[in-house]
Write a protein that binds this ligand. Structure first.
Ligand code: ATP
Ligand code: MG
Length: 421
């Protein structure tokens, strides 16, 4: 028997699911206020979507994808990230023919074959948003402000917004040459992965997690110093828009996103309180991705925010997510008549919005009341032959242990009122 979940995956059990539901609800509300609508795309896609769309020099595409052939021998990949799928759907459904921009959000599982550790899983979950159809930096500032206000609204105070520009393919060419010149004398000391990156995409070396490479890139030429006029103006515009909205940020020329498709804006929200895996949210602009995937030449911008890391940050900030309310009413019963009456009353109360339970194990009265206690019931009633004959029930307030006699004709309304429904 297999009773262990696969390495790098995690069950979210009922006793902690309220935390997930809480942040997801907040996120939905935030997206709604900002005019983003939910999109649901399949959990798997044709592998090509990622090998072409995500670019082929990133760790994600090269080493981390869950790829397999289905029974018809098609290569299928479990989504390692959200953007490529949303772009594919945007193109497939010709949403670009509608009035732009298109603003969408999603809540999805992502799959990456990584080395599992705190804040790094093989199946993790992302909250994400995308704006398609505009290259204007108002859109970049809008999505950054959404992430900022979402984190703020959750009570998180220790995350810092870092922004950068990684330019366009034009200005990146010059930077690439300068970077290679800088790294050439250090080539032998680079890690094996970075040796491979040197020719194909040296920018990624700046993002290497190995301490040796991190040391070697100290003082390397930074993309910010190589921006063309267009990219430079866009970056100034972004800073201006963020300042206008009152969003504090720092410029971090070291930010290189984990996916190749980014252009111009790159940003991260980083916490210093959850160790090495401190990036809670990462995003940026991708002006060429939609056309790379086969759509029209339309720009886009978006972010992905890891739910597991978000919960870690909230914990580190001492933020207590409100636990769900316990049940309002518990109906204890004796005998068949009591059971029948109780089940009818339970159904009516539930339909009226009162959280009501009975003991479906049908324990004896003492056991039922013990169970009611376990459930944290606010009120209990006991019903048996006597009560039904006399048409009165004993209603017990579990908080102050007081009890009152309530007419069988009134009990439903009394409980509805007590539950505040
Ligand atoms: P990192 O540099 O930490 O690996 P990344 O650049 O790979 O992050 P993105 O692809 O931008 O991350 O994904 C957006 C967010 O998803 C991250 O900021 C993080 O919160 C979360 N995330 C990414 N990979 C994982 C993972 N393996 N496990 C848990 N969360 C993850
Ligand atoms: Mg990564």
């Amino acid at each position: 028997m297999i009773t262990n979940a696969p390495k790098g995956t995690k069950d979210v059990m009922p006793k902690e699911i309220y935390k997930w539901q809480f942040v997801e609800k907040k996120f939905r509300e935030m997206c709604d206020k900002h005019g983003f609508k939910e999109v649901r795309t399949p959990m798997f896609e044709h592998t090509e979507l990622f090998t072409r769309g995500v670019g082929d020099t990133t760790d994600i595409v090269e080493k981390q994808m869950y790829t397999f052939n289905d029974y018809a021998n098609r290569s299928i990949t479990l989504k390692p990230e959200g953007t490529a799928s949303v772009v594919r759907a945007f193109v497939e459904h010709k949403v670009y023919a509608d009035v732009q921009p298109t603003k969408m959000y999603y809540i999805i599982p992502c799959f990456r074959y990584e080395k599992p550790q705190s804040g790094r899983l093989r199946e993790f979950h992302q909250l994400g948003i995308e704006t398609f159809g505009t290259g204007n930096m108002m859109a970049d500032a809008e999505i950054i402000s959404l992430a900022y206000d979402f984190l703020n609204d959750l009570g998180i105070r220790d995350v810092e917004l870092r922004i950068n520009s990684i330019g366009c393919p034009e200005c990146r060419k010059k930077h690439r040459e300068a970077l290679k010149d800088f790294l050439a004398p250090k080539y032998d000391q680079l890690c094996d992965t970075c040796k491979g990156r040197y020719d194909r995409n040296p920018l990624r070396i700046l993002d290497c997690k190995s301490p040796v490479c991190q040391e070697l890139v100290q003082g390397a030429p930074m993309m910010l110093d190589y921006l063309c006029d267009d990219c430079q103006n866009a970056f100034e515009e972004l800073k201006n828009n963020l300042t206008a909205m009152g969003i504090p940020f720092t410029v971090d020329p070291g930010i290189v996103r984990g996916l190749d498709y980014y252009t111009k804006t790159a940003f991260e929200f980083v916490s210093n309180n959850i160790g090495a895996q401190g990036t809670v949210c990462g995003g940026g602009r991708y002006d060429n991705l939609i056309s790379e995937i086969g759509g029209p030449d339309i720009p886009g911008v978006g972010f992905g925010l890891g739910i597991e890391r978000l919960l870690l940050v909230m914990e580190a900030n001492g933020i207590v997510i409100p636990e769900p309310e316990s049940i309002d009413a518990f109906i204890a019963f004796m005998g068949d008549r009591g059971k029948n009456y109780g089940m009818k009353l339970m159904r009516e109360l539930r339909l009226a919005g009162v959280k009501t339970e009975m003991d479906v194990l049908a324990r004896n009265l003492k056991g039922q009341l013990k169970y009611a206690d376990r459930l944290g019931a606010k009120y209990t009633v006991v019903v048996g032959d006597n009560e039904l004959d006399e048409e009165y029930l004993l209603l017990k307030d579990m908080k102050n242990s007081s009890q009152e006699s309530v007419s069988i004709h009134e009990i439903k309304n009394v409980l509805i009122e007590k539950a505040g429904k």
